[in-house]
Design a protein around this ligand. Structure first.
Ligand code: NI
Length: 199
């Protein structure tokens, strides 16, 4: 009877170990296979066609938003730009970092519209737009939420959207993200190792 109980326990432990092993294995692989990011081909505010593949070898800082945004987007883009300016003032060459602004409001954010908005932030910031299908696809790949919010009594509308800055490595793979809690100095500080490695 005792032997039976012991071998039953061994079985239970073996099964638990197997399940744990499987859990940890998928746990380690999941973020790589399933992290935010994906291929895109969009149109820049300069009129050029831009693909993610042309930034291989550079780190991409990717932010999704829209130029008509009354508050969050301009603040976040300013934050991102101030971080780059801060690094440049400290003598860092920031060209290994490519900042990208992808609109989630392609209906209003035409290339012309983006061309009046984007240069206010950083001279190397690229504003990207496309068809609604293209934007929906890239937003889905980055796991970015966006939705139109109609305003009563007006044609104007707002866009609800995730406000995150994604850092993608020179192979286009996700590294980390910055949220509204991160200050320009925090962003600058955490990008220094990236620039030291590149330079
Ligand atoms: Ni916004």
């Amino acid at each position: 009877m005792k032997m039976v109980r012991i071998s039953l326990w061994i079985l239970v432990f073996a099964a638990a170990a197997l399940m744990l092993g499987r859990y940890y294995n998928t746990g380690q692989q999941a973020p790589l296979a399933d992290g935010p990011g994906g291929p895109f081909t969009l149109t820049a505010h300069t009129g050029e066609t831009v693909s993610d593949t042309q930034f291989r070898g550079q780190y991409m800082l990717v932010y999704f938003g829209y130029s008509f945004c009354p508050d969050v987007c301009p603040l976040d883009l300013q934050k991102l730009s101030v971080a780059l300016y801060q690094l440049e003032e400290e003598g860092y060459d920031t060209t290994p970092i490519q900042p990208l602004f992808i609109t989630i409001d392609p209906e209003r954010d035409t290339t012309d519209e983006l061309a009046t908005f984007v240069p206010d932030f950083h001279p190397r910031l690229l504003g990207l737009t496309g068809t609604l299908d293209q934007i929906t696809e890239v937003a889905r790949d980055f796991k970015v939420y966006f939705a139109k919010r109609e305003q009563e009594g007006t044609e104007d509308y707002l866009m609800d959207h995730s406000a995150l800055i994604f850092v993608m490595d020179p192979n286009g793979k996700y590294v980390r993200l910055f949220s509204s809690r991160d200050k320009p100095a925090d962003i600058a500080e955490s990008l220094k190792p990236v620039l030291e490695k590149a330079g």
